[in-house]
Structure formats: C-alpha cells, structure tokens
Ligand binder design. Structure first.
Ligand SMILES: [Fe+2]
Ligand SMILES: [Fe+2]
Length: 136
C-alpha cells in the first residue's frame, strides 16, 4: 500500500532519508489503524511502542542533521519533537487501560501531528538548510 507521503507530495522535505522515514511513520500508522478496527488491543500496545521507538530514531536522525548547522535556530523544532515523545509516553499508559475509544484518539492525534509537523516545521527547516548550502 502507498503511504500518505507518496500520495501527498506536499509532504516532501526534499531530504530523501527523512522522506523515507516519514513514509515509514505513515505505514506504522496504517498498521495501527487496521488493528484498531480488529480490536486487537495487545497488538495496539505493541504498535504504540514501535511508534515511540521509531519516533526516537527519526527525531535523532533529524537532530543529527541539524547539529551540523549551528548557525540555524532549530529550538522550536526540537521542542516539538520532545512534546510528541512525551505525548506518546502518556498514550502508552492509556493503552494499558484497554480503551478502544482512547486508542482511536491516539491514532488521530499522531496522524494530525505528523502531517502538521512535516508541513509547518520539517519542510521549513530543511528548506533553511538548503538555502544555507546554496549560499556557500
Ligand atoms: Fe520529521
Ligand atoms: Fe521534525
């Protein structure tokens, strides 16, 4: 199945490695979505863990790139990554309550957060890097 990133070219940052990771995120969300429909709650808990680990891996990749550009201010970006990780940790405990309505909200939150973060923050900051490189 195509991920939302390949369907939605407006989500491209122009950085291949990052775009591939975003696609991976959407694939996990799709898997999450189908398992909510089947009410397999133990698997949902596993997927939330998987999403948490994937988000850490992805944010580290972005932050490693940003660390190569000390003259660009990425503080707003890093704060958003931290807030997302904190939110997933909270969701992990909600999931243990075995509440399908709440897990549905988790999925919606993650999908909306990811689309909004890529559009408003990732694309802008990778554009700033590109502009910086072009001025060299
Ligand atoms: Fe990202
Ligand atoms: Fe990001």
């Amino acid at each position: 199945m195509d991920s939302k990133c390949t369907k939605r070219s407006f989500l491209y940052t122009g950085c291949d490695e990052i775009d591939k990771q975003h696609q991976g995120f959407f694939r996990l969300l799709e898997k999450f979505n189908s398992q909510i429909a089947d009410h397999e709650n133990s698997q949902i808990a596993d997927i939330i863990s998987e999403l948490y680990l994937y988000s850490i891996y992805h944010f580290e990749t972005e932050e490693k790139i940003f660390s190569q550009y000390p003259s660009i201010d990425f503080s707003k970006h890093l704060n958003q990554h931290q807030a997302f990780s904190d939110k997933i940790e909270q969701f992990n405990s909600v999931c243990l309550l075995d509440n399908p309505k709440e897990t549905n909200k988790i999925l919606k939150f993650m999908e909306n957060w990811l689309i909004s973060h890529i559009q408003k923050i990732d694309i802008a900051d990778f554009k700033a890097i590109e502009d910086f490189e072009n001025k060299k």
